[in-house]
Ligand binder design. Sequence first.
Ligand code: HEC
Length: 117
Amino acid sequence: MKYLISLSLAALPAISLSSAEPGAGGVHLAQISDGFDPEARYMAACFACHSTGAAGAPRVGPGNAGEWAPRLEEKGLDAIVESTVTGIGTMPPKGLCFDCTPEELRAIVEFMLESSE
Ligand code: HEC
């Protein structure tokens, strides 16, 4: 699946991405190993909590952008990727995707945001 991160994020009008570095998407994409599939990893590692909203997880899926907007507005994309790496609240470090690199986790987060429009 080819996905256009910058386009999809631009399509979320309420969300300010001012803290994201211009062009960072391209740099991060280049660091993702060949064949990495953010959707498959989301399904394997993150879906259990983020599809249902278990333990207060912001939900992923059409129409759920509002659950993500406050986090993006308050902290920005870089910070929510960072808290995915370290863990936050009841979410364990790396969201249980232990072999994911930070860049791969970022790609999964971007997939989650794209899927929640
Ligand atoms: C065990 C359940 C669980 C799993 C598995 C899980 N999450 Fe979460 N996630 C949560 C919860 C709960 C929160 C809200 C935490 C809070 O704000 O206190 C959260 C919050 C987040 C946030 C917002 C962080 C912020 O700073 O606001 C992101 C991004 C995220 N998860 C990404 C992921 C990704 C990517 C995966 C899979 C690699 C994943 N999560 C797997 C439970 C989970």
